[in-house]
Write a protein that binds this ligand. Structure first.
Ligand code: URA
Length: 438
């Protein structure tokens, strides 16, 4: 099948056959489609869209382009969660061991920071000795023995997506719902879970700030995953403020430990983690999921699973007992105060993410090194009262210059008004059939 004929069909608004889609994915992998041809088809898809059946075929073909993990023989449901990313989103660090304590197995392949949002792997890299890149056998052993393991994606998983994403990134073709759907789900399908929950965020810190756009993506993810044979539900969640009170890398691991060990027992971070756990446990056919998850947090079993995972992946056995010794801390720590009094009426959460990148906690270019110690703690929420002596957040910086720049960025990011606003609900909508996979 000629590449130019496939491109022409989509350019003119036609529907691509499964064979045409397979030829495209083959061309992506063996290099027989040039960068120009891949970009032309990506642009045609962005402008003309795809029917769900086409997106299912693209997702399946990309998932089959490399290695596929298989978890047969594990004595429990194999589940996974994916978030479209946000500021302070450390849910995976708590959710994976929590689900493991509830009887599930969670082989989680995570990513690094993307744009203004942080990445789970960068957070885990702040733990002394923890290895996010391990041989497949060590990953399998950790999943079996701890019930969960969070590591980076291997080169062999959905390689077609790696080439397509790199080309989309430089040809203004990232913002296409079918292409985003196929990109996310091909990697998830290849990782082999039996069920998936998607946390699709909207709001000022989200990849898709507009609620209607995020909802369209959530619906597409649920429909295509289900069509490709992966039972899936989605939560549409608010990302108009930092999730929890810390944003950065080591500071987020510390907050996750505080939730796992019961030192933080309220708040949006815990609520969202329990909401996602309840959804996945229900999907897996486990009754009273939320209650069970709450019990596993309060009886310390989720924390124990986290400690086991960290040790099996090379981290220190006493991380939970001595987090201050095992996580790096920044030399400069100072509060950022507001210029006026009132209530937090709105937050430019993307601005918080950019401030963390400026501190060195994220990347400007893919090859940049991340400073794991820097970030923000005690970040106020929408609706919090603000006085002259109330810090908007505590800044953790490498030097005074960085702290001063972050302070200015924080003052810009927080909108303070006289009246108390009501924050948006954390979970706006639940999407996906209520059926269970086991
Ligand atoms: N994340 C992905 O993995 N792929 C996309 O296309 C967008 C976000």
């Amino acid at each position: 099948m000629l590449a130019q004929e496939i491109i022409r069909t989509k350019r003119d608004g036609g529907q691509l056959s499964e064979a045409a889609i397979r030829a495209f994915v083959q061309g992506l992998c063996d290099g027989s489609w040039s960068e120009g041809q891949v970009a032309a088809l990506a642009m045609a898809i962005l402008l003309r869209g795809m029917e769900p059946a086409e997106t299912v075929a693209l997702t399946r073909a990309m998932a089959a382009s490399g290695e596929r993990l298989d978890w047969d023989g594990l004595p429990g449901p194999v589940v996974d969660k994916h978030s479209t990313g946000g500021i302070g989103d450390k849910v995976s660090l708590i959710l994976a061991p929590l689900l493991a304590a509830c009887g599930c197995f969670v082989p989680m392949l995570s990513g690094r920071g993307l744009g203004h949002t942080g990445g789970t792997l960068d957070k885990l890299d702040s733990i002394e000795g923890y290895r996010t890149s391990v041989p497949p056998e060590q990953f399998r052993h950790a999943v079996r023995a701890a019930g969960c393991a969070i590591v980076g994606q291997t080169e062999d998983l959905a390689p077609a997506d790696r080439r397509l994403y790199a080309i989309r990134d430089v040809t203004a073709t990232v913002e296409s719902v079918p292409l985003i759907t196929a990109s996310i789900l091909s990697k998830k399908l290849a990782a082999g879970p039996h069920g998936l929950v998607m946390d699709v965020k909207y709001g000022s810190g989200a990849f898709l700030p507009d609620q209607a756009d995020a909802r369209a993506l959530a619906l597409s993810l649920v429909e295509v995953a289900t069509g490709a044979g992966l039972p899936c539900r989605a939560l549409l969640t608010d990302m108009s403020m930092c999730l929890g009170t810390a944003a950065g890398n080591a500071v987020e691991v510390r907050e996750a430990i505080d939730v796992l060990t019961g030192q933080v027992a309220t708040g949006r971070l815990l609520d969202l983690t329990l909401g996602l756990a309840a959804e996945l446990l229900d999907l897996a056919g486990i009754d009273d999921g939320r209650q069970r998850a709450e019990t596993m947090l309060s009886n310390g079993q989720a924390a124990e699973r986290f400690a086991r995972m960290v040790t099996l992946l090379g981290g220190p056995p006493d991380l939970l007992e001595r987090p201050d010794l095992r996580l790096p801390s920044a030399p400069v720590q100072r509060p950022a105060f507001s210029a006026c009094e009132g209530f937090v009426a709105g937050i430019d959460a993307r601005g918080l993410g950019i401030a963390i990148i400026e501190l060195g906690g994220g990347r400007r270019r893919p090859q940049d090194r991340v400073d794991h110690a820097v970030g923000l703690t005690g970040v106020l929420e929408v609706g919090s009262p603000v006085g002259r002596n109330t810090p908007l957040a505590m800044i953790h910086a490498r030097d005074d210059e960085g702290a001063t720049a972050a302070e200015a960025a924080l003052r810009q990011a927080f909108r303070i008004e006289r009246g108390r606003p009501s924050p948006r609900p954390l979970i706006a909508e639940r999407l996906g059939a209520r059926t269970k996979f086991s």
